[in-house]
Write a protein that binds this ligand. Structure first.
Ligand SMILES: NC(=O)C1=CN([C@@H]2O[C@H](COP(=O)(O)OP(=O)(O)OC[C@H]3O[C@@H](n4cnc5c(N)ncnc54)[C@H](OP(=O)(O)O)[C@@H]3O)[C@@H](O)[C@H]2O)C=CC1
Ligand SMILES: Cc1cn([C@H]2C[C@H](O)[C@@H](COP(=O)(O)OP(=O)(O)O[C@H]3O[C@@H](C)C(=O)[C@@H](O)[C@H]3O)O2)c(=O)[nH]c1=O
Ligand SMILES: [Mg+2]
Length: 296
């Protein structure tokens, strides 16, 4: 059997939308949720790739719990690095290509202005370190790969800031939100659309623009500003009976042992010139917030 795409992590925020787009495309693919394929199971991973012989493997599986990764870096490393080493080698051994997703948290945030792909990474967290290590092992092991760095992903599914804010608003009158970290919120479906465009290009024999690309939503905001917009949209849409008061705080006042970058804005000009892909407007994705409420 030879197929175009094999997708891992198909039940995650990005994976769910990518699965949907792959289905709509009519192109031959297979996809696996965490339950169906644990990417740390190297034997199963190898067997499935040998069975389906995909031209391109898209890895949307990862350990994404940033605070948990800090207290249990070994678990994060197993999924985000060790499994990716295996995956990269298997993909290369069958002459396939690899598409992988990375993060703004590979940067330390000290730069003034948006980060370019060539800027020096220096992660502040165990999660960021594991994601950077993955980028490096992919570059070492794969001759044809695309790594898409994105940031602040949200969707109706899974765990993310938009869902956290709406849930907290049902429990609290005041929510404290940090205002000293700047970045680009990005809707999971916009990332999936971007990945789909890139994935199709990997099948083009003329394509030769392998490497790392940045993609995020715009405009850049801090988390407090993002929360403010979430509740303004929620109010306009009438999805909340009451909105909380938001209180801006500094990162040092927020109780987390993870250091997060003060600036993780991703410059997205390389993906525009290479693939014709433009940053997506995250405000548009907030236009139907009822789907983000608990039990919706
Ligand atoms: N979320 C964000 O803000 C950002 C995410 N990214 C990157 O995007 C990618 C996708 O993230 P996103 O969709 O947001 O995250 P999710 O956590 O929603 O999705 C990740 C998926 O991977 C699955 N998974 C975890 N461990 C394994 C494993 N051992 N084998 C197979 N599947 C596994 C998870 O399953 P389960 O839930 O059962 O554990 C989940 O379905 C990741 O590489 C992430 O680092 C980049 C920038 C920002
Ligand atoms: C829930 C909450 C968060 N915050 C802060 C913490 C943090 O600095 C910021 C965002 O909270 P989160 O829990 O979403 O943070 P975090 O899980 O670190 O988000 C990151 O996840 C990984 C997977 C990525 O790759 C990153 O791009 C980024 O999206 O807001 C508040 O200030 N108040 C709150 O009530
Ligand atoms: Mg989180």
């Amino acid at each position: 059997m030879v197929i175009d795409f094999l997708l891992t992590g198909a039940g995650g925020q990005i994976g769910t939308y990518l699965e949907r787009l792959l289905k709509q495309s009519g192109m031959p693919y297979v996809s696996f949720t965490h339950h169906q394929l644990d990417i740390t199971d190297s034997i199963q991973l190898k067997a499935l790739i040998a069975k389906f012989k995909p031209k391109c493997v898209i890895n949307a599986a990862a350990y994404t719990a940033v605070d948990a990764a800090e207290s249990d870096p070994t678990s994060a490393y197993a999924v985000n690095v060790l499994a990716v080493v295996n995956l990269a080698r298997i993909v290369e051994s069958i002459g396939a290509t690899l598409i992988h997703i990375s993060t703004d948290y590979v940067f330390d945030g000290a730069k003034v202005g948006p980060y370019y792909e060539v800027d020096h990474p220096n992660p502040l967290s165990a999660y960021g370190q594991s994601k950077l290590r993955a980028e490096m092992v992919i570059a070492e092991n794969c001759s044809r790969y695309l790594v898409l760095r994105t940031s602040w992903v949200f969707s109706e599914r899974g765990v993310n800031f938009v869902k956290s804010m709406l849930k907290l608003s049902l429990e609290r009158d005041v929510i404290c939100v940090v205002n000293d970290q700047l970045g680009g919120p990005t809707y999971a479906n916009d990332i999936a659309t971007t990945l789909m465009t890139m994935a199709k290009q990997t099948l083009n024999p003329e394509f030769d623009e392998w490497g790392i690309f940045h993609f995020s939503g715009f405009p850049y905001v801090n988390w407090y500003e993002f929360a403010t917009q979430i509740f303004e949209s929620a109010l306009n849409q009438g999805v909340l009976e009451k909105v909380p008061r938001l209180s801006p705080i500094s990162s040092t006042q927020y109780s987390s042992k993870v250091n997060r970058p003060a600036n993780s804005c991703l410059d997205c000009s390389k993906i525009r010139t290479t693939f014709g892909i433009y940053p997506s407007d995250w405000k548009l994705a907030l236009s139907n917030l009822s789907g983000y409420l608990p039990n919706s």
